[in-house]
Design a protein around this ligand. Structure first.
Ligand code: ARG
Length: 346
């Protein structure tokens, strides 16, 4: 990783939030500041500098980064989440409060449903700047908590380092494993020592999994075939509660759960479906405008920064901070109901 201490003049066609808010004056003001863990502005923005096609382009090194570099993080957080710096974040993971009868019980449109949250351990630096030893400690603590899970959630941990090539390929194509070598994470320092202390945990029927030391210390994931969004949320909520009894996570009243990327702050939740919309697929302008109206994000089905394949889209909630977990899933659900309704009229 080569990090410049010069202000980078973002090119004309760079539209990232970091390029929008980082002026030369602000750069000069922040460039010599460090958090207690030694994390700098230059490290925070490196991914956005190296990847001018970033949407955001900034990562935190620890919880303190959000305060130390607040003049840059605050407007980015406000812009992305529509969340002002005096607001308080409230959590609600109670599935009883979710209104989400399966919108597609016959399975015409929704292929699968997936909900994940990110978590980071309190008192340790985030993956962007964590040491080899601390990363290992995160792995030990997280895996020991995961291995205590019982019933449907019980499963096994597979370290990336000892995983066979065949297992790896299969887990990736089943959308269970994270990809290696993401250039945004690379430039953010998140791929250092790869594949050391990274791995994946999953239960028998693969409806519950966890990522260890990818973009965040821990990603907790619930997924299944079809559109029973409430069941997926109920499983996630149970898993998070169990794991939370064993581990203390980094969070505060303003930012909610602390994450490496400011897009994930708050609930750190992404609730998504893979959905087949053959008619809407021929009118991307309409699809995008409905998505915007319902706070949805539309992606390709092979993860972030991928194109859609034919008419299958990955549709998820966009807001995560200043809304509860229930509201995140409700956002996704309400939008999906509208998309299906429109698809049926076309
Ligand atoms: N840093 C990348 C960008 O700015 C990804 C941002 C959101 N995604 C994520 N996985 N944190 O485009």
């Amino acid at each position: 990783m080569n990090i410049s201490d010069q202000y980078s003049d973002f090119s004309q066609d760079c539209h990232s939030l970091v390029s929008k808010y980082l002026t030369k004056v602000l750069f000069e003001h922040l460039k010599d500041k460090r958090t207690n863990n030694g994390f700098s502005l230059q490290q925070a923005i490196n991914s956005g500098v190296v990847n001018p096609d970033s949407g955001i382009g900034i990562y935190a090194g620890d919880e303190a980064s959000y305060a130390t570099f607040a003049p840059l993080f605050d407007p980015i957080i406000e812009d992305y989440h529509g969340y002002g710096k005096d607001r308080l974040h409230i959590s609600n993971l109670n599935p009883e409060d979710l209104n989400a009868a399966n919108p597609d019980p016959e399975g015409h449109y929704i292929i699968s449903t997936r909900i994940r949250v990110a978590r980071n351990l309190h008192g340790l630096p985030l993956g962007t700047t964590i040491s080899t030893e601390h990363r290992k400690l995160v792995e030990q603590r997280v895996v020991s908590a995961l291995e205590k899970l019982v019933g449907d959630l019980a499963g096994r941990y597979y370290p990336l380092k000892t995983m066979s090539e065949a297992d790896r390929a299969r887990l990736i194509s089943d959308h269970i494993l994270f990809k290696a070598g993401d250039r945004f994470l690379q430039a953010a320092g998140l791929n250092r020592d790869w594949p050391e202390s990274r791995g994946i945990f999953h239960n028998n029927d693969r409806t519950f999994s966890a990522w260890v030391n990818e973009e965040d210390h821990l990603r907790v994931i619930s997924m299944q075939i079809g559109g029973d969004i409430k069941q997926v949320f109920t499983r996630l909520s149970a898993a998070v509660a169990e794991i939370g009894r064993e581990l203390e996570f980094s969070r505060n009243h303003h930012l909610g759960y602390i994450t490496s990327c400011p897009t994930n702050l708050g609930t750190a939740m992404r609730a998504s479906v893979h959905i087949n919309l053959p008619k809407l697929a021929t009118d991307m302008a309409q699809l995008t405008s409905i998505a915007d109206e319902y706070h949805l994000q539309v992606r390709g089905m092979h993860g972030e920064h991928t194109a859609s394949e034919g008419s299958i889209f990955d549709v998820s909630n966009r807001r995560r901070l200043g809304v509860t977990e229930v509201e995140c899933v409700q956002d996704m659900y309400d939008g999906i109901v509208v998309l299906i309704k429109i698809e049926q009229t076309l």
